[in-house]
Design a protein around this ligand. Sequence first.
Ligand SMILES: NC(=O)c1ccc[n+]([C@@H]2O[C@H](COP(=O)([O-])OP(=O)(O)OC[C@H]3O[C@@H](n4cnc5c(N)ncnc54)[C@H](OP(=O)(O)O)[C@@H]3O)[C@@H](O)[C@H]2O)c1
Length: 278
Amino acid sequence: MTDLREPVELNDGRTMPRIGYGTYKVGDDEAQEAVEAALATGYRLIDTAEMYGNEVGVGRAVNGSGVPREDVHLTTKVWNDHHGAAKARAALEASLERLGTDYLDLYLIHWPSPKQGLYVETFAALLEAKDEGLIRSVGVSNFLPEHLEQVHEGTGVWPSVNQVELHPYFNQPELRAWHAERGIATESWGPLGQRTGSVLAEDAVTAAAEAHGKSPGQVVIRWHLQNGCIVIPKSSKPKRIAENFDVFDFALGEDEMAAIDALETGERQGIDPASGER
Ligand SMILES: NC(=O)c1ccc[n+]([C@@H]2O[C@H](COP(=O)([O-])OP(=O)(O)OC[C@H]3O[C@@H](n4cnc5c(N)ncnc54)[C@H](OP(=O)(O)O)[C@@H]3O)[C@@H](O)[C@H]2O)c1
C-alpha cells in the first residue's frame, strides 16, 4: 500500500507532497502568520495564486520560516487576464518578485478561460520558463479533458497536475481515472465541500470520525489521500491548520470510503469551466 506520507511522483520526474496548505481568502496581512503556522506544523506544500493577493505574505513566511526553500513546494497560478505568452511571462516574473523566490515548484494556469482561446499558448510559454529553470513543474487548474487534449495536441506535453474542484459531493471519478491514464496528478480544491451544503455534517463522515476518534475534517482529508488526490485544505485557525495535517494515524476502511463516495451529487459548488465565465 502507498505510504501517504511519501510525496507523489509527477510525470516530469519531480515529486510533490500529498497534503498542502491552501491560502484562498487568507489576506496578505494574515498570510505570513498562517503560512508560518502551516510550515511549523509540518506542511511542505503551500498553494497560492496571483488572484489571492497574498503572495507577499506567503513569500515572507516561506523565506523567514527557517525551513530550507528547497524543502518547500510552492505553487502559484497565472490569472485569466494574463493569458498569452508575453503576459504570462510578465505575470510569472511578478509572482516570483512578490514571493521573493527565483523559482516556483509548480505554476498553474488558474482557469482555461476558453473564450480567450489562449491557454495553449500560455502553457507553451510556461514550458519555456520551465526550460529556463524558473518553474520546476507546469500544471493547470479547472481544465476539462477537452482543454487538456488541446494542450497536449499543441505542445506534446500533458500538464503534471490538474487542480480541480473535488470533494465528496463532487468527487469526479471519471476525471480522476482520465488523469491517471495520462500521468496527470489530481489535486483537490475546496476539499471540505463547505461552499454550499455541509459535507462535514453528513452521517457517513461523522460516523467515520466517531469510529476513529478523529474530526469530520480529518476524515474528509483522509478520504482524498486514500483516493490518490493531492489535497490543500485552508483554515485561518492555527488549531484547524494543525488538525487538518494530523491525518496519518488512521485509515478509512473500504465501507467507509464507499459511504463517503456515495455522497456524490454530480453538482459543482463552483463555476463550470466549460461555461467560459472564467
Ligand atoms: N484553483 C482554483 O480555482 C481554486 C479554487 C478554490 C480554492 N483553491 C485552493 O484550494 C484551497 C482549499 O479550498 P477552499 O479554501 O476553497 O476550501 P476548503 O479548504 O475546502 O474549506 C475551507 C473552509 O473550511 C473551513 N475549515 C477548514 N478546516 C476545517 C475543519 N477541520 N473543520 C471544519 N471546518 C474547516 C475553513 O474555515 P476557517 O478558515 O475558519 O477554519 C474554511 O471556511 C484554497 O485555499 C486554494 O488554495 C483553488
